[in-house]
Design a protein around this ligand. Sequence first.
Ligand SMILES: Nc1nc2c(c(=O)[nH]1)N[C@H]1C(S)=C(S)[C@@H](COP(=O)(O)O)O[C@H]1N2
Ligand SMILES: [Mo]
Length: 362
Amino acid sequence: MGLWDKREDMIIHEADPYNAEPVPSALADRMLTPLDSFYGRNHGPIPVIDPRAWRLRIDGLAEQHPDLSLDDLRSQFPRQTLTATLQCAGNRRAGLIEVRDIPGEAPWGPGATSTAQWTGVSLAAVLRAAGPSEEAAHVAFSAPDISQLADPPQAYGASITLAKAIAGEVLLAWAMNGQPLPPVHGAPVRVIVPGYIGARSVKWVERITLQDHPSDNYFQATAYRLLPAEADPAAAGPGDGLSLGAIAVNSAILRPASGSVLAVGPTGIAGYAFAGDDRGIARVDVSADAGQTWQQASLGPDAGPWAWRQWQTTIDLPAGDTEIIARAWDTSAAAQPESPAHLWNPKGYVNNSWARLHVTTR
Ligand SMILES: Nc1nc2c(c(=O)[nH]1)N[C@H]1C(S)=C(S)[C@@H](COP(=O)(O)O)O[C@H]1N2
Ligand SMILES: [Mo]
């Protein structure tokens, strides 16, 4: 076993804070990502919390300010399970770095995303019990992990709108694929915000605040915002750029491995496609001739609007070097853009350009 009970072959971008993604083949052909393969994204040290001492405080613009233990959460609210994909806003950043360097940010490949079946209670039910006041418009999450990467150093936090928080799908989760949530993924309880960038799914959550404005935490107000290409990220302050929430349609090729040497003729190709919010994947196109012709991949099982679709197809591989391309379309008919060049931004978020992979024949 590698660090944090992960497989030995995780691609570790940083050991401390722990930032690692599975090799692409570990994500292929399965709806649920095993715990030992699920990517890990951290901005500070991983806290180890005694579940019996843990409390969740609800405060701010609400009639009641409950202080809940894990047993309270489990016994006072109905249990809910859903399958949801988490995807970091920095997923596939490596493709942007090829356009122009992005110093100080990890060169994530297509593995900064994974899918699990999450069990917990609906945040909507917990907020209903607290009774949000009229002026409440945002729900802020606070965690105890202090990040030295923030300016100034501070505990991790984020927020979502009250509308998203009470829509029904946002969970306070204590289990993942039927197993207790591991420390690296936020034990004893984390937020799961389906369809939104992973940064909003706050781990080790200990406080939920109803307020009339978004969180002013560094990771909500300053980081995880899309700056214009010409901006200096070191000079960016609160509110600069665009806030990131719902995930744009994206895809990756997971099999064969990049750089594979294969036989001429039929070759199986597999990958994932994902669209954020409650949009689904409508179609995945694959090309082996630079996009002159496309064939449609077959989509794997549909686990609902919050989960990715696995896809696969067979292409006829010609002799020599081939670039395989994939692009997904979502249920709002949005498609992935062709080139990362126009998407480049100084923090390297949201690379949803066509997936490309090079193979050659022997
Ligand atoms: N408390 C806390 N929550 C956090 C983070 C963090 O550093 N601290 N990272 C966020 C980011 S950017 C992502 S992409 C997801 C990653 O979740 P995972 O490590 O379980 O895959 O957690 C989010 N929640
Ligand atoms: Mo992330």
